[in-house]
Ligand binder design. Structure first.
Ligand code: FES
Length: 276
C-alpha cells in the first residue's frame, strides 16, 4: 500500500469502504454535484406509494365500479369480495377470511417489486444509504452485501416472477372486461378503458423487462445459434430490460392511478366519460 493510504487503526478490521486495501480517503466523497437529490426523490416516491397502497389495501371498500375493478383487489380470493359480474372473483379462501381481500393477492406483486433488482438498488440507496450514491461512501462500517440472512432471501426474486406473470394475465382479463358498459353490455369503452389499457401495457413491459425473465429466456445456453427462438426472445427482453428502471416507476405510478380512478368512480366523486 502506498505511503499515506494506510487506513486508520480503528478501521483495519472493518469491512466495506474502510477495510484494509481500500484507499484511506478522509472525505466521505469528492462529489460537488447534488448527489443526494436522486436518493431523496427515490425515497419520497417510494414512501408515497407505500402510504397510498397501504391505505387502499386495508380499506376493503370502493374497489369496484362496474365494469372496472381495482388492480389492488384482483383476483379477489375471499368470500367477502363484492360481486363482480364476470369479474375476477375466485372464492379460494371462503368465509373465514375477514380482512381485506387485497392482502391475499398483493403479497405477490409486492414481493416481486420488493425483490426486483432495480427496487433493491433504489431502497438500499434511498433508505439505507448503502451506498447513497455512486462514489459516496456509505456510513456503515461493515458490508456483507446480500450474502447473509435476511438479504440473502432476495434470491427468491425468480419465484416472484413466476407469480407475477399469472397476476398480469388476470389484470389483462380485467382490462378486456372494461370494454363493457356499466350494465355489462359489450362493445363499449370509456376513459377508464384507456386508463386500464395504459396500465396493463406498462405492467407487462415491466414484468417482461425483468432480469430474471431475461435469464429464463436466454440463460444457461452454450450456443445461441442452436436456439434461434430463444435468442430472438432474449433480444426482445434485452431491449425492454434497458428501460427497466423507467418501467418500474411508470408501472408503479400507473397501477396507483388505476386504483385511484376506480376509487373516484366507486365513491361517486367522478363519472366515467364514455367514448362509445
Ligand atoms: S429485476 Fe426488476 S422485476 Fe425482476
Amino acid at each position: 500500500m502506498a505511503a499515506g493510504t494506510q487506513p486508520p487503526p480503528s478501521h483495519r478490521t472493518a469491512t466495506g469502504v474502510r477495510s484494509p486495501g481500500r484507499a484511506a480517503i478522509a472525505a466521505r466523497h469528492l462529489r460537488t454535484d447534488r448527489w443526494w437529490l436522486s436518493p431523496a426523490a427515490t425515497a419520497a416516491g417510494l414512501l408515497a406509494f407505500v402510504a397510498y397502497s397501504t391505505w387502499r389495501a386495508f380499506a376493503n371498500a370502493d374497489y369496484y365500479a362496474a365494469p372496472y375493478v381495482s388492480p389492488f383487489y384482483s383476483p379477489c380470493l375471499a368470500e367477502n369480495c363484492v360481486p363482480m359480474r364476470g369479474g375476477p372473483n375466485a372464492d379460494l379462501f371462503g368465509s373465514w377470511w375477514g380482512l381485506s381481500p387485497a392482502l391475499l393477492i398483493l403479497v405477490f406483486p409486492l414481493g416481486f417489486r420488493l425483490t426486483c433488482y432495480y427496487y433493491r438498488k433504489a431502497y438500499y440507496r434511498g433508505f439505507w444509504a448503502s451506498p447513497p450514491a455512486c462514489a459516496v461512501a456509505e456510513p456503515h462500517r461493515a458490508y456483507t452485501g446480500e450474502t447473509r440472512f435476511p438479504l440473502i432471501l432476495q434470491n427468491v426474486h425468480r419465484y416472484f416472477f413466476y407469480t407475477a406473470v399469472p397476476v398480469a394475465g388476470i389484470l389483462t382479463y380485467d382490462t378486456v372486461l372494461t370494454f363493457r358498459d356499466a350494465s355489462y353490455a359489450w362493445g363499449h369503452a370509456g376513459l377508464g378503458t384507456l386508463v386500464f389499457l395504459v396500465n396493463i401495457a406498462l405492467i407487462w413491459a415491466y414484468t417482461l423487462s425483468c432480469h430474471s425473465c431475461r435469464h429464463i429466456v436466454g440463460g444457461r445456453l452454450r450456443h445461441f445459434s442452436k436456439h434461434p427462438v430463444r435468442y430472438r426472445l432474449w433480444t426482445w427482453v434485452g431491449r425492454l430490460n434497458r428501460h427497466h428502471m423507467l418501467l418500474a416507476w411508470a408501472s408503479l405510478i400507473s397501477v396507483a392511478l388505476c386504483d385511484l380512478y376506480v376509487y373516484l368512480l366507486a365513491t361517486g366523486a367522478f363519472d366515467d366519460p364514455r367514448f362509445f
